[in-house]
Ligand binder design. Structure first.
Ligand code: THU
Length: 165
């Protein structure tokens, strides 16, 4: 028997003011875009803004539905949009912010499991790590160098082989 261990480093900043100007701008935009989230059921507005390698930016917000499972998270709204508008262009950094309309929003929250899988796939298809910036509307900021760090022992399409030889 062997034991293995998976861990990763990430950066913690006390506030947005400690970030470089590019990251600050991206996080400010993610915070701002929370206001156009469609989250009437949870009142939990999520905004994501990505900077692509071609210099363009793509935004996403959560889009809820009266049939709750139909709703889609901000991150996957963004990824679908990026894949359509800028096909195969790597995402360099994605800032993700949230505004809980009924509580403080000052502690970073992390993408849900489904979004982690979607981010992982996007990294694979564009062969580029996606830096993730996480924060609420104020307070601490986390920066993670690759979205895939959030999904250890991940499932990937490599195993979906169509041939036995
Ligand atoms: N949500 C996101 O948009 N991104 C996440 O990473 C976590 C959760 C959304 C889904 C739902 O509309 C609301 O936040 C509450 O779960």
């Amino acid at each position: 028997m062997q034991k293995a261990n998976i861990n990763f480093d990430y950066e913690i900043y006390h506030s947005i003011n400690e970030l470089n100007s590019t990251d600050q701008e991206l996080l400010e935009e993610a915070r701002s875009v929370t206001s156009i989230a469609y989250a009437p059921y949870s009142d939990f507005q999520v905004g994501a803004v990505a900077l692509l390698s071609n210099g363009k930016k793509v935004k996403g917000t959560n889009q809820e539905n009266a049939s709750f499972p139909v709703g889609i998270c901000a991150e996957r709204t963004l990824l679908a949009s990026a894949a359509m508008i800028h096909t195969n262009v790597p995402i360099i950094t994605m800032a993700i912010a949230y505004n809980n309309l009924n509580a403080k929003s000052d502690v970073p929250v992390s993408p849900c499991g489904m979004c982690r899988q979607a981010l992982h796939e996007y990294e694979n298809r564009t062969k580029n790590p996606i830096r993730i910036i996480l924060s609420g509307m104020e307070g601490k900021v986390f920066i993670i160098e690759s979205a895939s760090f959030l999904l250890p022992l991940s499932f990937s399409g490599d195993v979906l082989t169509k041939s036995i030889d």
